[in-house]
Design a protein around this ligand. Structure first.
Ligand SMILES: [Zn+2]
Length: 244
């Protein structure tokens, strides 16, 4: 597994793996839990479901649905009306995009070196059996409402892998995706004296990536202090009381 690519072949997948696939010209990744037999459990929004951000990100996230409008998969039966926690075949999950595996127990140096969000975490994965149990349990009980910043497909997969949930919901978001979209690193760079050191645009890019990585590190589920281990049965029991 290389430093800058988590590409993986289908044959190498194990039930309980956290997999993802880039969408919309590498702007956003869709995440899920591979459960074996060519099947994936993932958290998705419906085609017509409001995301609630009222921004361009709503449109970007519309590409996350596994099926285009008007088509039903003959293999797994998923259709455009499916939403929430769904099970589909690997082809519907990938939607002709390359397959990647999310890394756990990443060391800090590697984590910082990964420029983009949604590739790895320093958090440890639980046993693959427990991961598939959580995914299957949430398939039957749901994972609350989809929200691009506060409750998205990456949060779902990370929860299945670690059992960790962020308790505070007003922070900078749980997952790398949220950090990507918030743009905080970039605004941090352009608002500091560092910008005067930039002789050319590539310098700005390099510094932005550096700040970005540190921001992601601070937000990584593996280093945050505002997370709690929650059993899937307890989570499901409390979902009905959560924000819709
Ligand atoms: Zn399918």
């Amino acid at each position: 597994m290389g430093l800058f690519s988590n590409r993986v072949k289908r044959e190498a997948l194990q039930p309980g793996d956290h997999i993802y696939s880039w969408r919309t010209a590498y702007m956003y990744a869709h995440h899920g839990i591979y459960i074996g037999d060519g099947k994936v459990i993932h958290f998705t929004r419906g085609q017509n479901q409001e995301l609630g951000t009222g921004t361009i990100f709503d449109a970007l996230a519309s590409s996350l649905h596994p099926r285009p409008m008007g088509t039903t998969c003959q293999i797994c039966g998923i259709d455009p009306d499916s939403w929430g926690v769904v099970q589909s075949c690997l082809d519907c999950f990938l939607f002709n995009c390359p397959l990647y595996r999310f890394e756990y127990s990443t060391d800090i140096a590697t984590f910082i070196a990964k420029a983009r969000g949604g590739m790895c975490t320093i958090a440890k994965t639980d046993s693959l059996e427990l991961v598939t149990h959580r995914a299957n349990y949430l398939l039957n009980h749901g994972f609350g409402s989809y929200h691009i910043f506060h409750n998205n497909c990456e949060d779902f997969a990370i929860y299945c892998k670690t059992g960790l949930l962020v308790i505070e919901r007003n922070g900078i978001g749980r997952s790398g995706q949220a950090i990507t979209f918030l743009g905080a690193p970039f605004s941090a760079v352009v608002s500091t004296p560092l910008r005067f050191l930039m002789a050319n645009p590539w310098g700005l890019v390099a510094v932005t990536v550096g700040v970005y990585s540190v921001s992601r590190f601070a937000a990584d589920i593996g280093v945050r202090s505002d997370v709690a281990k929650v059993e899937v049965e307890d989570l499901a029991a409390n979902l009905t009381g959560r924000r819709t």
